[in-house]
Design a protein around this ligand. Structure first.
Ligand code: NAD
Length: 281
């Protein structure tokens, strides 16, 4: 049987560690605050925003919530971001994506002060990651590194294959695995013979956005499989990009959906926020 990588337990452990750090920062007179902005009322976004605020409360940091109407203009949103950039009591700024179509997402990301970019999406944060400098790291891939490390899985020297090259998962994942001395290959929708490439992987990270696409024919026996995908199937149950029942029996370790990568994203957001205190001091 494979090792089931327990993202729920690992994220709970990280949150408890952060809670202690926040308590000692408070004793030293440093308090932390995350500003969360949501434009419009997409139900999924509302759930994510609610979970982020709850997680802040759990570790003892404040959160400010801005629920703006759908018709908010880009100018109004940028003006709010500029205000928050200038506020000494705000450590992190998060604009829940996606924003409505009339707002330029890239312009919003660029407007956030990189010192408060706790999502790690600002070009300066991504550039810093690329050249090995300090900066905030995109939460989902940062969470995957924590899952691997805290499960005792060695990355250095391993063949790491990523399926997907998105800006928030695939690309930063490649940079992080490289930083950990993995030998990294990125595959995508134009990759020829995907199966031939993924079968080389000791560590396979799957971020395609296609329910249960990855079956055992893509996986080498004994590989570690990390499933980033989240979907609701026809019975309203959550599933990933990996066909878990088919793949699990041949892996050495695997993340379930739910309870694998998902819970790590918020834990790493909180970690970025706590680190921001050190950055700003
Ligand atoms: P995306 O749609 O931006 O990117 C998908 C990538 O998959 C693209 O780079 C594309 O080239 C590649 N791809 C598509 N079809 C392919 C194919 N047939 N063969 C090989 N590659 C193919 O998606 P994303 O934002 O990276 O998210 C991927 C999945 O992860 C989604 O299910 C999303 O919901 C989930 N996700 C989960 C979390 C989390 O916290 N767990 C965070 C972000 C995304």
């Amino acid at each position: 049987m494979p090792q089931i990588i327990d993202g729920k337990a690992i994220s709970a452990q990280i949150k408890d560690e952060l809670k202690e750090k926040v308590a000692s920062l408070k004793e030293a007179g440093v308090s932390l605050c995350l500003a969360v902005i949501q434009v419009g009322n997409d139900p999924a976004s509302s759930v994510y925003v609610g979970n982020k605020k709850k997680a802040c409360a759990y570790i003892g940091v404040d959160s400010l919530s801005y629920e703006l109407p759908e018709e908010t203009t880009q100018e109004e949103l940028l003006s709010l971001v500029a205000d928050l950039n200038g506020r000494a009591d705000v450590n992190g700024i998060l604009v829940q994506l996606p924003v409505p179509a009339h707002i330029d997402e890239d312009a919003v990301i660029r407007a956030i002060d990189p010192m408060k970019d706790v999502d790690g999406f600002h070009p300066q944060s991504v550039g810093a990651l690329c050249i090995g400098q300090k900066g905030f790291i995109s939460c989902t891939p940062a969470g995957i590194i924590q899952l691997l490390k805290r499960s005792g899985i060695e990355i250095a020297g391993k063949e790491c294959v990523i399926i997907g090259r998105s800006n928030i998962v695939g690309k930063p994942m490649a940079l992080l695995l490289l930083r950990e001395n993995g030998t990294v290959t990125v595959t995508h929708s134009k990759t020829k013979d995907l199966e031939e490439v993924t079968k080389r992987a000791d560590i396979l990270v799957v971020a395609i956005g296609k329910p249960k696409m990855i079956t055992r024919k893509y996986v080498k026996e004994g590989a570690v499989v990390i499933d980033v995908g989240i979907h609701r199937n026809e019975n309203n149950k959550l599933c990933g990009d990996v066909d878990y029942d088919d793949v699990a029996p041949i892996c050495s370790a695997i993340t379930p959906v739910p309870g694998g990568v998902g819970p790590m994203t918020i834990a790493m957001l909180l970690q970025n926020l706590v680190e921001s205190a050190a950055v700003m001091r």
